[in-house]
Design a binder for this molecule. Structure first.
Ligand code: OGA
Ligand code: MN
Length: 218
């Protein structure tokens, strides 16, 4: 299998993305990742699902578990670079990290990401990926792996302004689309989906010292 290695990081697109991140805190990039690579990644998730290798996200015991199910219902698997497609995707994110550091001096040095499968009815309520001052997750990426997504299938990513009062955008989870946003700044949610919906959510971190604290919810 020969897969495309690089993101389509033309100077214009990089500038557009960096401006948007600074000014709005988020950026939507349709067709950022090649169809071929997305299809290979999607096939992996489908196989993990069949083999029962996906896990309930943020699973806890008792009340915590119950609360979690009210907040998010997706099933996940962390990427570990064990397939060619994963290696290529991680390389592309390394390229993105380089560009972010070069222009914004964010000091990002680590990237982690997981596949997420939202089955019919699944959602993720409004939340922030990181709290200010905790200085761990700095920039979030979400890549979508869903071919031919229809507007009435639900499952949109809703992006809110910093005060969480105004909807900035409603993003359909189409194959190849990459959304990038500031983790501490942008509240967001996944609306209930009517079809299986697959994404790769990832985070650039600036330090690893409190890696146990992840995914606080608003
Ligand atoms: C997350 C998340 C968004 C999406 O996993 O934290 O917000 O569209 N995912 O899958
Ligand atoms: Mn999130």
């Amino acid at each position: 299998m020969t897969l495309q290695v690089s993101l389509d990081l033309t100077p214009n697109l990089i500038d557009e993305m960096l401006d948007a991140l600074v000014e709005q805190g988020w950026y939507e990039w349709p067709q950022a990742v090649s169809q071929e690579l997305c299809e290979a990644l999607l096939a992996e998730v489908e196989q993990y699902d069949e083999e029962g290798e996906l896990q309930r996200a943020g699973i806890g015991r008792g009340d915590a578990h119950q609360l979690n199910k009210e907040v998010r219902r997706d099933q996940i698997k962390w990427l570990d670079g064990s397939t060619e497609a994963q290696v290529l995707y991680l390389k592309q994110m390394a390229e993105l990290q380089y560009q972010l550091n070069r222009a914004l001096f964010l000091g990002l040095f680590e990237y982690e990401c997981h596949f997420a499968l939202y089955k019919k009815g699944d959602f993720y309520k409004k939340h922030l990926d990181s709290f200010r001052g905790r200085a761990n997750r700095m920039v979030t990426t979400v890549l979508y792996l869903n071919p031919g997504w229809q507007p009435d299938w639900g499952g949109e990513l809703v992006v809110y302004n910093e005060e969480s009062t105004e909807v900035l955008a409603t993003v359909t989870p189409e194959l190849g689309k990459l959304v990038v946003f500031m983790s501490e700044q942008i509240p967001h949610e996944v609306l209930p989906t009517h079809r299986p919906r697959v994404s790769i959510a990832g985070w650039f971190r600036c330090n690893n010292s409190i890696a146990g604290i992840v995914d606080p919810s608003l």
